[in-house]
Write a protein that binds this ligand. Structure first.
Ligand code: DX5
Ligand code: ZN
Length: 221
């Protein structure tokens, strides 16, 4: 299992002051910057793309950037995110015609590759590509918006993913995304997650450090 990591989703940050917001959340103890890319096609919302990722790098952000691509098709944007400095690039299997090829494109470009599973998407394809993923991301809400409620059935799915990872022997991060907060993070960790995306729980709070510290305290119990 990888060490616990807190990955604030900048979807809930103030986009007009994005660089400062990312600095602030990293100074508050965040480990990874979760970067939600939505195309108003695969998901019903439109956000930010590789130019913004590159701008954050240029601004001086050195922390890992976890680009969660909710776009279809996915292949033609992968190279742009690699050039823009993304550390992890994850995509939804439904958004790729050739999952194995998309994973390979990411790794060939030098980034870490991951697959994202919607709440009702089975984990089946993983069996064929366990050696090609560095991260598995389980959605605990339907993708498209921040601030939704955690879907409880995801806990069983986390346990399933955790067993697959442990049985594989590979060093794969298990990330959870959607509705994560101080109250439920412990239960989510107990089900097997090691990387926790949280958007509204962190950015809607007045004190980012206080929320991140409270999350870590729950994880340490
Ligand atoms: C939803 C995004 C999430 C979202 C999480 O499609 O992938 O990363 O920002 O937001 P919260 O933590 O508010 O559920
Ligand atoms: Zn996300």
């Amino acid at each position: 299992m990888q060490p616990f990591a807190i990955a604030p989703s900048i979807l809930s940050a103030d986009f007009a002051r994005l660089g400062e917001e990312v600095d602030k959340v990293l100074a508050a103890g965040a480990d990874i910057v979760h970067f939600d890319v939505m195309d108003n096609h695969y998901v019903p919302n439109l956000t930010i793309g590789p130019m913004v990722c590159a701008a954050l790098r240029k601004y001086g952000i050195t922390a890992p950037i976890d680009a969660h691509l909710m776009v279809k098709p996915v292949d033609r944007i992968i190279g742009d995110f690699i050039e823009a400095g993304a550390s992890y690039i994850t995509f939804h299997p439904e958004a790729s015609e050739h999952i194995d090829r998309s994973l390979q494109l990411i790794r060939d470009g030098g980034a870490k590759a991951g697959l994202v599973f919607n709440p009702a998407t089975p984990l089946d394809v993983l069996r064929y590509v366990m050696d090609k993923v560095d991260m598995i991301l389980l959605m605990s809400v339907n993708p498209g918006f921040g601030g939704q409620k955690f879907i409880p059935g995801t806990l069983d799915k986390l346990r399933e993913a955790r067993s697959l990872i442990d049985a594989s022997g590979y060093d794969i991060r298990l990330e959870i995304d959607g509705g994560v907060n101080v109250k439920n993070i412990r239960e989510i960790a107990a089900a097997g997650a090691d990387t926790f995306v949280a958007g509204s729980a962190i950015f809607n709070a007045p004190d980012y450090r206080q929320v991140i510290d409270a999350m870590r305290a729950e994880l340490a119990l």
